[in-house]
Design a protein around this ligand. Structure first.
Ligand code: GAL
Length: 448
């Protein structure tokens, strides 16, 4: 088609220049007529996918999805566009540009909840109720997932795995050597960190990679859950509290401050995926992160139970499943709608979910995938917690809190890790909560 247009353009230029220096040779006109004969256009069957699964373990997990997709759709070519950056921090920016320019890919990754809502509010997504109904997801997925993809009465994404954000990973030989038990609340976390620092000054008690600032939120979130429990957590992130005066939020910020002396000192130079390796080696004692870190540890050859272990954190006042839900979408105006439907159907398939989640570190959300699907202890415990504990949407990346607030919030927290100024952090937080109308933006979460 491009060649045809080029030929036509050349012919037109030639024709006009020849007109200028008449007489016009007949043959040129004939050529134009000949090349203008319609050429059949072959529309390739393909699917353009944008996602952020590039770290160790994540790429291998994505390959499992591709494998299942190709088996069911051998004639559709996958055009893969991975964009590094945990939680889609790079993808989000790229996608906003592509969507605004009306150049949508056939599908892209999002997190369910407030992040997904951002695309819905921009009128960038078409509903996926057909796929939802065809796979009977009202029955096969838990109600909280249903709520996190439903806006204006329609479904806007197909989630396929749940990560638990509130794991505390720790180095097993170090804990054995020092006779330590994994902490169950933030006070114990501080005490264990202190014990590590005193006994082994060369070890960083708590690992963190805050260059991608969202990890600072992960750490704050478990502190808040420990100080206030899940109700306060949900109220805070949906703008229901007076942040400047609320005693629990202040206490959480104070405890967060108490962790600062025990953090890996160069955290601002690292990202999340830089931390699991040193933790497996014993240069870092503990790390609060989602179970995607498990995939990376396993991929790097560190053995659960021998080199590292992870516990749900905090366990007091109540142990919850702090959930991140990876989701794929159907953008408006896509070139290959059939391929999109095939892609989304594949994600909802329990067989795809079962195999994918073993590698990804997350768990399947389809109820037909049993705990026993997973060969390792961490997955089995995550799967049991998903079924047995209260599920709370994680704030990180906007599953619960709105995007614009989170962007400022992660700046406030990363700055705080250097200043430790509680009053300033609280008043700045209160200000951005009001100016972004977090309460108004979060009404969807409380709607009955
Ligand atoms: C999830 C993703 C993980 C990690 C995480 C960051 O959506 O599956 O691989 O990027 O976000 O919170």
């Amino acid at each position: 088609m491009k060649r045809l247009l080029t030929l036509l353009a050349i012919a037109a230029v030639l024709a006009s220049s020849l007109v200028a220096c008449a007489p016009v040779p007949q043959v040129i006109e004939k050529e134009v007529v000949v090349t203008a004969t319609p050429v059949p256009v072959v529309v390739e069957k393909e699917l353009t996918v944008y996602h952020w699964w590039t770290a160790g373990g994540e790429k291998q997990a994505m390959d499992v999805i591709f494998k299942h997709f190709r088996a069911a759709n051998p004639d559709i070519k996958i055009v893969d566009n991975p964009l590094a950056g945990g939680g889609g921090i790079t993808l989000k920016t790229v996608m906003q540009g592509m969507l605004a320019a009306k150049m949508p890919p056939d599908t892209f990754q999002s997190l369910s909840g407030s992040e997904l809502k951002m695309y819905v509010d921009g009128a960038y997504l078409d509903p996926v109720d057909d796929v939802w109904a065809a796979n009977n997801l009202d029955t096969n997925y838990p109600a909280v997932i249903n709520k996190m993809v439903t806006f204006n009465g329609k479904k806007y994404g197909i989630p396929m795995n749940a990560h638990r954000a509130n794991w505390l990973f720790y180095n097993v030989p170090l804990f054995k050597e020092l006779g330590l038990e994994p902490p169950t609340n933030v006070d114990e976390l501080i005490a264990v960190a202190k014990a590590i620092k005193e006994a082994r000054p060369e070890v960083s008690p708590i690992g963190l990679g805050s260059r991608d600032k969202w990890t600072a939120i992960f750490l704050f979130d478990v502190v808040l859950l420990s100080e206030g429990g899940p109700d306060v957590y949900e109220q805070f992130y949906t703008g229901q509290l007076d942040v400047e005066t609320d005693p629990v939020i202040r206490a959480a910020m104070e405890k967060y401050k108490a962790l600062i002396p025990y953090l890996y000192p160069y955290h601002g130079a690292k990202i999340w995926s830089d931390i699991p390796g040193p933790l497996g080696e014993g240069q870092i004692g503990m790390m609060v992160i989602g179970d995607f870190a498990a995939a990376q540890l396993v991929q790097a050859g560190y053995v659960e139970g021998t080199d590292w272990e992870a516990v749900g954190f905090p366990q007091e006042p109540e142990e919850v499943f702090l959930m991140i839900v990876d989701t794929f979408t159907r953008p408006v105006g896509i070139k290959h709608p059939e391929a999109n439907t095939a892609w989304l159907n594949n994600l909802a398939d329990p067989d795809t979910q079962a195999e994918f989640n073993i590698i990804k570190g997350s768990i399947a959300i389809h109820k037909d995938v049993p705990d026993s699907n997973y060969p390792d202890d961490l997955h089995q415990r995550a799967s049991a917690a998903f079924k047995g504990k209260r599920i709370v949407p994680a704030s990180a990346h906007g599953a619960l809190a709105p995007q614009n607030f989170l962007s400022d919030w992660q700046d406030i927290l990363t700055r705080f890790l250097y200043t430790g100024d509680v009053d300033a952090a609280l008043s700045q937080t209160a200000l951005v909560m009001t100016s972004y109308d977090v309460a108004g933006q979060s009404e969807w979460y409380w709607a009955k």
